[in-house]
Design a protein around this ligand. Structure first.
Ligand code: FAD
Ligand code: NAI
Length: 475
């Protein structure tokens, strides 16, 4: 007889492993299946986020920022650096260590919470009398069963038609995070989140970086006042971003890659680079899951169809994270994982999609929550806006990092905060206060009346709130 569990989670990324832990906390007998292998063939829990996403990218963003600071900005503080050099192997090695620590952290959490881990690929076999059989194909093969299934199989990098990733010259996020030499010339297709983060890493380390973006607008989903400020900063740093291009034939040869494209003016050009990163979005992953074995419904783009509560078309089968609709973010996947585990336990798990923060970890960082000014205008909503520049913030001046601003948008009649948009130092941390405020449906006056530590970057948030009422104190 197959091993029986109450809940089987397929996928051990941030969605799956958090769902497994929460379900175990709620008293269920839980199994989690994940197929990711480390370099030695062993398990590497944590999914895309831990292995080739959030964690390694932030490790390299940090290392490359130190290099940039030492090379270009320490002198402003009176610190002379002579003989600055780069040990790429060490930098990549450090990143790998950070990844490993996180892999091991998840394994530890599974042991602590008594989640049974299976290393291998999980696929649907059949369902009978309300119980699902799942095949685990790892070093050995076995079938395990449960009443409740949570699918958290994540996503893969989207390929450009006719240009498969070889991870040597044509790179996805995977290859982009493990180059051991800095390419002289680096091309990127797509100036979205990965394009800007990876472009920043390799530019800081010395590559001549050009980003080709199909849309005519830079960061179209971002509040455009913020996006313009960020574009100015990236261009000043030397990141070349061409908007409104149409990418044509891509040829690889001994000398690298040649990308034929038409620019916004309609001129036919080519970009010749040593390596090319393609970052044009990600697609839901159900490879090997065998959804057809039980009739699990996918949409036309291959994502698992779910309702607002992450319920699929099958009873007691749930799906969360990148494999379903909504933003492809680790914290969104985690929130859905917790909510689904609680729903299985008969509780009222809830995810507020209006208060999911976004962060782009460039320098300056870009972070936002809620609606942009463009969205409010399009919806015909009457609003008030307040901005405060970091240039007028004492802590930012002391840091030597005064690029950007905090922008707050509030309802014209009720003053409820509708969105906060930040470009500048530590935007990733500053946004948390705004998420909490919006979650509690605070007004801009609430933030304006809260005591913020001095000198701190968070005072810029308070001042932006004051600016909504046209009464900044320091600008
Ligand atoms: P995943 O993390 O993709 O995990 C899915 C897991 O399921 C994988 O381990 C996979 O091997 C496993 N799996 C798939 N199919 C099967 C199967 N049949 N059987 C067994 N196992 C299976 N998000 C942020 O919020 N912040 C960031 O800073 C950030 N940075 C990113 C940087 C990069 C370069 C990339 C690519 C992504 C980044 N993301 C970031 C997005 C984030 O990584 C994803 O949103 C998140 O990982 C989604 O979690 P998930 O659990 O849904 O899927
Ligand atoms: P993205 O959706 O952020 O950006 C893709 C960009 O490529 C868009 O600007 C799009 O217009 C452009 N594009 C698409 N097809 C094109 C083509 N044929 N030619 C030229 N340009 C084209 O996707 P990206 O950067 O690949 O990242 C995928 C996802 O991973 C993100 O949307 C995000 O959900 C997640 N992520 C999150 C991070 C974070 O939270 N800090 C960091 C990195 C990734």
């Amino acid at each position: 007889m197959s091993k029986q569990f109450d809940v089987i989670v397929i996928g051990g990324g941030p969605g799956g492993y958090i769902a497994a832990i929460r379900a175990a906390q709620l008293g269920f007998n839980v199994a989690c299946i994940d197929e990711w292998k480390n370099a030695k063939g062993g398990p590497a829990l944590g999914g895309t986020c831990t292995n080739v996403g959030c964690i390694p990218s932030k490790a390299l963003l940090q290392s490359s920022e130190h290099y940039e600071q030492a090379g270009h900005h320490f002198a402003d503080h009176g610190i002379e650096v002579k003989g600055l050099s780069l040990d790429m192997a060490k930098m990549i090695g450090r990143k790998d260590t950070v990844v490993k620590q996180n892999n091991e952290g998840v394994l530890y959490l599974f042991k602590k919470n008594k989640v049974t881990f299976f290393h291998g690929r999980g696929s649907f076999v059949a369902s009978k009398d309300g119980v699902y059989d799942i095949r685990v194909a790892g070093t050995a093969e076995e079938v395990i069963s449960a009443k409740h299934i949570i699918v958290a199989t994540g996503s893969n990098a989207r390929t450009l038609a006719g240009t498969p990733f070889d991870e040597e010259t044509i790179l996805s996020n995977d290859g982009a995070l493990r180059m051991t030499d800095v390419p002289k010339k680096l091309g990127l297709i797509g100036s979205g989140v990965i394009g800007l983060e990876m472009g920043s890493v390799w530019r800081r380390l010395g590559a001549d970086v050009t980003v080709l973006e199909g849309l005519p607008t830079f960061l179209g989903a971002v509040d455009q006042q913020i996006a313009k400020e960020a574009h100015k900063a990236f261009t000043k740093q030397g990141l070349k971003i061409e908007l409104g291009v149409k990418v044509g034939e891509i040829k690889t040869g001994k000398k690298g890659v040649s990308v034929a494209y038409t620019n916004a003016k309609g001129e036919a050009l080519s970009l010749d680079v040593d390596k090319l990163i393609i970052s044009i979005g990600r697609v839901a992953n159900t490879i090997g899951l065998a959804p057809e074995a039980v009739g699990l419904k996918l949409d036309e783009r291959g994502a698992i169809v779910v309702d607002g509560d992450c319920k699929t078309n099958l009873p007691d089968v749930w799906a969360i994270g990148d494999v379903v609709r909504g933003p492809m973010l680790a914290h969104k996947a985690e929130e859905e994982g917790v909510a689904v585990a609680e729903r299985i336990a008969g509780q009222h798990g809830h995810v507020n999609f209006n208060t999911i923060p976004w962060v782009i970890y460039t320098n300056p960082e870009i972070a936002w929550v809620g609606q942009t000014e463009e969205q409010l205008k399009a919806a015909g909503r009457a609003y008030k806006a307040g901005t405060f520049p970091f240039l007028a913030n004492g802590r930012a001046r002391a840091l030597g990092d005064t690029t950007g601003m905090v922008k707050m948008l509030a309802d014209a009649a009720t003053d409820e905060i509708l969105g906060v948009h930040i470009v500048g130092p530590m935007a990733s941390e500053l946004i948390a206060e705004c998420v909490v405020a919006m979650e509690f449906r605070a007004s801009s006056e609430d933030i304006a009346r809260v005591c913020h530590a001095h000198p701190s970057l968070s005072e810029a948030t308070k001042e932006a709130a004051l600016a909504v009422d046209k009464r900044t104190l320091n600008f």
